[in-house]
Design a protein around this ligand. Structure first.
Ligand SMILES: *Cc1c(COP(=O)(O)O)cnc(C)c1O
Length: 284
């Protein structure tokens, strides 16, 4: 199965909590593009595969539960390049399900203590990694670089015909590309799953790295992180259960559930213009 061969499907949600505000809500099912390379991870990796194969080895970074490490390992296996995953913190055995999967797909795992991990993109840390692992193609944490932003711009181009297009934000690469690729007049709305209010600056930095300027019409909602990465709350868990019952789709609690909770909340507050067609990207 070649991932990304066709645009991912769009389905309309029938939900009175949306309809009563005069809105129409659609889901873009990017989670269905490939079983091992779902959603935005595929979009972010696809243009990085050429350079990774040229180098033969790709090295990247992630937390112990990183979807990015999983997807990168799967891409290496599928497209024929070696992968090294540098994990934040110490090794814990047995490996959790994400890291065990990455290892099964051939990824070599290395660990950096939290203090060094924070400086992972600095020259001395990279030099030490090169000493240990030899030549590699370096993909930043979460896979967000200019090639990833360009891959996500293709998502924007697929999202024509909507007024507002929503996505969750971890490193901001998906929003940076989505916003740049949208047709004029549409706007992108990102929901940060991280606390700290830095997402806006990150998205802008990634757009400048890719295009040399800020692109498209976009903003970041900072009010739906539920305390930070991987944090949850009884409200959020209740929302996930209710959504699964109504629509038969289990939202992932780290990313897409926070976005959808945000979309429903904003709809209730009248934050979208009457009659708007809203598209929420199910990124994984
Ligand atoms: C990684 C991931 C994100 C975050 O994407 P960024 O480009 O890092 O902002 C969003 N949703 C899902 C499901 C993910 O796995």
């Amino acid at each position: 199965m070649t991932p990304g061969a066709a645009p991912s499907p769009v389905v309309e949600l029938d939900d009175d909590r949306i309809a009563r505000h005069g809105l129409r809500l659609f889901l873009k099912r990017d989670d269905l593009v490939h079983p091992d390379l779902p959603g935005n991870k595929w979009r972010k990796l696809r243009h990085n595969i050429g350079p990774a194969r040229e180098h033969g080895t790709l090295l990247t970074f992630g937390g112990a539960y990183s979807n990015h490490l999983r997807a990168t390992a799967a891409a290496g296996d599928l497209f024929g390049f070696a992968t090294i995953g540098v994990v934040r913190g110490e090794e814990h055995l047995p490996l959790n399900e994400s890291l065990a999967y990455a290892e099964r797909k051939g990824m070599q795992l290395a660990y950096l203590d939290r203090t060094t991990y924070r400086r992972k993109h600095e020259p001395d840390v990279i030099a030490a990694l090169r000493e240990r692992w030899g030549d590699f193609y370096l993909l930043p944490e979460g896979g967000s670089n200019a090639l990833a932003v360009r891959g996500c711009a293709e998502l924007g181009a697929e999202a024509a015909g909507f007024d507002v297009v929503c996505c969750p934000c971890g490193t901001g690469g998906t929003l940076a590309g989505l916003a740049a690729g949208l047709p004029p007049r549409a706007r992108a709305l990102g929901f940060s799953v991280l606390k700290g209010g830095f997402m806006d600056a990150e998205v802008e930095r990634l757009q400048r790295e890719t295009y040399g300027e800020r692109r498209g019409s976009w903003s970041v909602e900072d009010g739906f992180h539920f305390g930070g990465y991987a944090r949850t709350s009884p409200d959020l868990d209740g929302f996930i259960g209710d959504f699964a019952e109504r629509h038969g789709l289990v939202l992932d609690r780290i990313y897409t559930a926070k976005m959808m909770f945000g979309v429903y909340t904003l709809a209730g507050r009248g934050a979208f213009p009457e009659g708007a067609r809203v598209l929420a990207v199910i990124t994984g």
